[in-house]
Design a binder for this molecule. Structure first.
Ligand code: BTN
Length: 319
């Protein structure tokens, strides 16, 4: 019932009398008033005026499942959403749910994380209500060795979503750093639960700095708000768009059209064509980043002319 009241108020976009709502939804005026109070306590702004009734003003700045699902329009991605005020890491919760056979498309969202983690054992700072921190369970029919394409597809989808919502075009640094003005806006962490020759499920973790102010960010990082002339970004609209893009691009992958995803990735990337240093398993080498191959591996041409392929590593752009 509470969802129906909200939906009704949102649709009206103007004052609607308590009598009309009670009549339409078949609840008492007292019960209606109680629900309105609960919505306000949860951060919804709803005005109540004598003789006029109630008017919906705005939703709270929370990634609430009901708010996300409303007008999302995806069939697979986010069909089940677990929402937490805080977690140690959404990756652990998603792994737990995946092991319990959670459906493909299940999403775990936290408003903050105490032990958010990034690639290569780094931590991911996750201040409350400022960013987007989520893990998504996917069950692609691919070999574990080819799972990198899922990370690339996600990076492309994040860029598509950001571009659509803010007009800002982010860039991708291989393999999965989302950059704006050469500073890190977000990252993707992919973890696998794999059998020997088949992928059981993939957990795609996404961390994005959205409404952080500049004094809340380290020197090498940026938020969308900072990039957007200090204007706050609606996190719900942004996340909805990213989820829609993931669904769209995941479908392209399922139709065996990974070249299309790789092409999109190339269009956003800032690594190819540059001289780079790549650090992998404590070894490092320099060369030119020439391309990515069909699995998303980075092809680096060393000064000797030999081309080597890397599936993981840390890249430094030299020039
Ligand atoms: C990276 O750039 O190294 C990847 C960062 C990934 C961070 C996200 S935040 C949500 C999810 N939960 C985590 O603990 N990590 C990922």
């Amino acid at each position: 019932m509470p969802d129906k009241i909200l939906e009704f108020l949102k649709k009206k976009k103007e004052y609607v009398s308590g009598e009309e709502i009670s009549h339409h939804l078949k609840i008492s005026r007292q019960a209606l008033w109680k629900h309105i109070q609960e919505f306000r306590d949860a951060g919804y702004s709803i005005v109540a005026m004598p003789h006029l009734g109630y008017r919906f003003i705005s939703s709270p700045d929370r990634l609430l499942p009901d708010e996300l699902t409303h007008s999302l329009g995806t069939k697979l991605i986010g069909r089940k959403i677990y929402y937490f005020d805080h977690l140690s890491s959404t990756m652990d919760m998603a792994m737990h749910l995946g092991n319990k056979n959670a459906a493909e498309g299940t999403l775990v969202i936290a408003e903050s994380q105490t032990k958010g983690r990034g690639r290569l054992g780094r931590s991911w700072i996750s201040p409350k209500y400022k960013g987007i921190y989520l893990s998504l369970i996917l069950k692609p029919e691919i070999l574990p060795a080819n799972a990198s394409i899922i990370t690339l597809m996600t990076a492309v989808s994040i860029c598509d979503g950001i571009k659509q919502i803010s007009g800002i075009e982010p860039q991708i640094k291989w393999p999965n750093d989302i950059l704006i003005h050469n500073k890190k806006l977000g990252g993707i962490l992919t973890e696998l639960k794999a059998e020997l020759d088949a992928t059981g499920f993939v957990i795609v973790g996404i961390g994005l700095n959205v409404n952080n102010d500049s004094d809340e960010l380290v020197e090498e990082a940026i938020s969308l708000k900072v990039a957007n002339s200090q204007e706050n970004i609606n996190r719900i609209e942004l996340l909805q768009e990213i989820l829609r893009k993931i669904e769209e691009n995941y479908l392209i992958l399922q139709k065996n059209q990974s070249p299309a995803i790789l092409e999109k990735w190339r269009n956003y990337n800032v690594t190819l064509g540059r001289r780079i240093k790549i650090i992998c398993h404590k070894e490092q080498l320099e060369g030119e980043a020439v391309d990515i191959d069909r699995d998303g591996g980075l092809l680096v041409r060393r000064d000797s002319g030999i081309v080597e392929k890397f599936m993981a590593g840390d890249v430094v752009h030299l020039r």
